[in-house]
Design a protein around this ligand. Structure first.
Ligand code: DGL
Length: 271
């Protein structure tokens, strides 16, 4: 089965990486809309326009199902995409439900882009699942910028995280929900800030499980590591075409970059 995944940038790679673990036998088309990143600071109309084009592009390339591997694009464009295209289209939303179900009493912090935080989709999710009003919301748009520059650790990132959380008492939080796919790369920095007792929850596993259900595919339950020794290795093992805003990636430098990102995601998977 050919499955397309779309994000504004490299965040969606974290969903693809989870798919390599759980659905290793499938073919993938990965689309990073690097010409328009960040989506989190665009208007809903702009984002919807980009997403219609991106989806059409991947369908023309043979995608039989699409994952909108972006919480921001899901918030504003999922309905429009589903009304235009007839293949299965899955979206992503911050994993607030598992966070509420897996924890008790203490507070839950959801971090995402400004658009995701502003939109009704998240508000209605909170209305449904956050009965005890334990959830706080915080936009962290600069992490998208850092991620696109491949800066995941270090003084700038640490200072930004400290500054954004300064008005909250970190000891009050039992869970941090990563409501933007770009945020997966920063798990070590979040772990350092919050300490060992705070759960870091992302939506990737749930999304891939849902994808398997919708497409009637079997999930791989075995625990295997997905590290790549070289980009050749990555391309042979995974049957993936990578597109950066409609440009097929076949140059050594960018493939090497993608390989490094996959290895980073593997390294931080269980932080
Ligand atoms: N990765 C995206 C998300 O999950 C959005 C990042 C951006 O372009 O602002 O929301």
């Amino acid at each position: 089965m050919k499955i397309g995944l779309i994000d504004s940038g490299i965040g969606g790679l974290s969903v693809l990486h989870e798919a390599y673990h759980r659905l290793p036998g499938q073919e993938y088309l990965f689309f990073a809309d690097v010409e328009h990143v960040p989506y989190g600071e665009k208007t809903p109309l702009q984002i919807t326009g980009y997403m219609i084009e991106n989806a059409q592009f991947l369908i023309d390339k043979g995608a039989e199902a699409l994952v909108v591997a972006c919480n921001t694009a899901t918030s504003v464009a999922i309905k429009e995409l589903r009304s235009r295209f007839s293949i299965p289209i899955l979206g992503m939303e911050p994993a607030v439900k598992p966070a509420v179900e897996e924890t008790e009493k203490k507070r839950i912090m959801v971090i995402a882009t400004p658009v995701t935080i502003r939109e009704d989709k998240l508000k209605s999710l909170l209305h449904r699942v956050d009965e005890e009003h334990r959830v706080d919301l915080l936009p962290m748009p600069r992490l998208v910028e850092f991620a696109e520059k491949e800066v995941f650790d270090g003084p700038e990132v640490e200072a930004y995280i400290r500054d954004q959380f300064r008005t909250f008492n970190k000891a009050d939080y039992c869970a941090l929900v990563l409501g933007c796919t770009h945020f997966n790369y920063f798990k070590p920095a979040f772990r350092d800030y919050f300490g060992a007792g705070t759960l870091l929850i992302d939506g990737n596993h749930g999304t891939v499980r849902h994808l398997a259900d919708v497409l009637g595919l079997n999930i791989n339950q075995q625990h295997t590591e997905v590290f790549f020794e070289s980009y050749h290795n990555m391309l042979c093992q995974t049957k993936t075409e990578y597109y950066f805003s409609k440009k097929l990636i076949n140059d050594e430098k960018t493939l090497e970059h993608l390989k490094r990102l996959h290895n980073r995601l593997e390294q931080v998977r269980n932080v």
